[in-house]
Design a binder for this molecule. Sequence first.
Ligand code: 1GP
Length: 237
Amino acid sequence: EKSFYKDILKFVASGEKMLSILIDPDKFANTEVETFLGRIPKHTTHLFIGGSTVANGDTEETVRALKQKTDLPLFLFPGDYSQITSFADVLLFLTLLSGRNAEYLIGQQVKSIAKLKNTSLEIIPTGYILIDGGNSSSVSKVTATDPILQTEVETIVNTALAGKYMGSKLIYLEAGSGAKFPINPEIISKVKEAIEIPLIVGGGIKTESQKQAAFQAGADMVVMGTIFESIISPPSK
Ligand code: 1GP
């Protein structure tokens, strides 16, 4: 049986790095899917779809438009349970471990269950850790939680380990979309050393050298969003 998680483990085992491009349905023109797919890096391995705030139904339309034109795995990366759609391949079942807001630790997860009955989505438990990226992120605003400072390395590592012991199959270190600076490679390497499970890193990564630094430090997958948003922009809403 097809398992997108096993595919990730194969990448990790072979040392081959993964690049995911994040698509925010709010900032994406579904009519320009082909243009977009033609311009993202050839070595892209995954597409993430999600945003902190997305109007109802927009995610499903974007997923359906993408599905028609690409075989890349489509991973839902939802800011809210309302963004869940069975037309994608995978649901990153996020829990916001850096925060202390019960709504994003368990509330949204319970609300999502009605949408997950009879779904064919592969569900991957994902520990999501918001780290300070030098500006106020929309994740922080929407979830009313504070990011962990980059100087708090031990807290970050312990948070990632707690996530692993609670059952996370992936850990996602997030500086926030549009972060001023990405997560320090030293943090990435300390977390990777501690957790062993696959590590995703994103937020504020705009250049090839920032991407390579994250990979070299131990990120198995890098997520880039904002830098590719300019390829196409939606009709003004
Ligand atoms: C956000 O980590 C992703 O969830 C991507 O961030 O938009 O800054 O590339 P950017």
